[in-house]
Design a protein around this ligand. Structure first.
Ligand SMILES: Cc1cc2nc3c(=O)[nH]c(=O)nc-3n(C[C@H](O)[C@H](O)[C@H](O)COP(=O)(O)O)c2cc1C
Length: 172
């Protein structure tokens, strides 16, 4: 059985090649808003969503990546949404992951490419990273579970849905 939404879920693919075309702010905010409506453990809503879209702030993150990883882990995007929560809370990873998935699907529904970027937790713990974390207003006791890179898929790049393993679902 399938409907429009299930087909959308099944056609989402991580994108790592983006065009230079800027994503309108209203689309970036619509993606963040979709994240806000994710479920949260015991409805505590402990996570925060940080929409990083100003050029200087995006470049701060990119520079950190070049400095520490010698590459742009953000795949050249011009907007990234970080999702973070209290590092010591058992629900943080789970809540943030729900938010991120909502955002990937919302991005896809709006014709945008997206990708989970995993490196921010370690990048923002480095000496310079801690300064950037402060600039972005992320509390010291928060960890960034993931980033949602956002942008238009580069022209002529075709993204293929990856095959899923045959025995993914067990029916008992
Ligand atoms: C927890 C997690 C961490 C990930 N980290 C990265 C990452 O740092 N960089 C990246 O390009 N993709 C990252 N991805 C994307 C995966 O590589 C991708 O989801 C996987 O290859 C399956 O491809 P698909 O998303 O197109 O189905 C991550 C995905 C998850 C769920």
């Amino acid at each position: 059985m399938a409907n429009k939404f299930i087909r959308l879920i099944k056609s989402r693919v991580s994108c790592r090649e983006y065009s230079d075309k800027r994503v309108p702010t209203k689309k970036v905010l619509a993606v963040a808003e979709a994240g806000k409506y994710a479920p949260s453990g015991r409805n505590r809503q402990i996570a925060n969503i940080y929409v990083v879209k100003s050029k200087p702030n995006v470049e701060k993150l990119r520079n950190l990546s070049f400095e520490l990883l010698d590459r742009d882990c953000m795949h050249g995007v011009q907007a990234i949404i970080l999702v973070a929560g209290p590092a010591e809370d058992d629900f943080t990873d789970k809540d943030c992951s729900c938010i991120l998935e909502n955002m990937f699907l919302a991005a896809h529904s709006l014709g945008l490419g997206s990708c989970w970027i995993n490196q921010f937790d370690s990048l923002l713990r480095s000496k310079n990273g801690l300064k950037v974390k402060k600039t972005l207003g992320i509390p010291d006791n928060f960890k960034v579970v993931g980033g949602c890179a956002l942008g238009y898929v580069k022209d002529n790049v075709s993204l293929e849905v990856k095959e899923r393993k045959a025995d993914f679902i067990k029916i008992l």
